[in-house]
Design a protein around this ligand. Structure first.
Ligand code: PRP
Ligand code: URA
Length: 209
């Protein structure tokens, strides 16, 4: 079963509270999402393997650590995952970025794919899928399905707000994928929105409602 890491860092929790407030406007929401993504990326990358290399400082030769292993890729789920890309790539500037376009059908609440463009070597990278919301889990599960169909094997999911239903569905569908999340809320309502959640992340990020 994949691990679930709830990132309870005070800065993450504080910024998430500001974002939940219905009076938080698009400008602040966008900035806070980027900041939270950066802080959470610090935790997601905590387990990256290191290796020793030899270097020469102005004073002496020594061995020192650098990141070893696979290169990173980040894969935002459109639209709302886009708001997390800059935060993550500020910490990992060499990460390549793939995009998966999905929206939830308003009637069925099932994800509908409309775009997929990944780095050519995505299957050789350690991928971090980005989406602020894990509601039914359908969108994240579908995005990870696409990645696995394209040969990707090393995948983590970084979300902001989830609920027990979404976490359970993710773990059932992709038991090999670790989840990093700032809060697991109470439940889904009849429209499959997270309660209390923060509303429609895409609309709040882009000001489309
Ligand atoms: C939102 C959100 C997730 C999805 C979560 O996207 O950004 O991708 O819903 O719900 P799920 O876990 O039930 O699949 P939405 O479908 O509203 O599309 P948008 O980002 O284009 O607004
Ligand atoms: N998508 C969102 O943006 N918010 C929710 O609460 C559920 C799905």
């Amino acid at each position: 079963m994949g691990n679930v890491f709830v990132i309870d860092h005070p800065l993450v929790q504080h910024k998430l509270t500001l974002m939940r407030d219905k009076n938080c406007g698009t400008k602040d929401f966008r900035q806070l999402l980027e900041e939270v993504a950066l802080l959470m990326a610090y935790e997601v990358t905590r387990t990256l393997p290191l290796k020793e290399i030899e270097i020469e400082t102005p004073v002496a030769k020594c061995t020192s650590k650098v990141i070893a292993g696979k290169k990173l890729g980040v894969v935002p789920i459109l639209r709302a995952g886009l708001g997390m890309v800059d935060g993550v790539t500020r910490l990992v500037p060499t990460a390549k970025v793939g995009h998966i376009g999905l929206y939830r059908d308003p009637e069925t609440h099932k994800p509908v794919e409309y775009y997929c463009k990944l780095p050519a070597d995505a299957q050789d990278r350690e991928l971090i899928v980005l989406d602020p919301m894990l509601a039914t889990g359908g969108s994240s599960i579908a995005a990870i399905d696409f990645l696995k169909k394209r040969g990707c094997t090393s995948i983590k999911l970084l979300c902001l707000v989830g609920c027990p239903e979404g976490v359970e569905a993710l773990q059932k569908a992709h038991p090999d994928v670790d989840l990093y999340i700032a809060a697991i809320d109470d439940h889904l309502n009849e429209n499959k929105y997270i309660v209390p959640g923060l509303g429609d992340a895409g609309d709040r990020l882009f000001g489309t409602k």
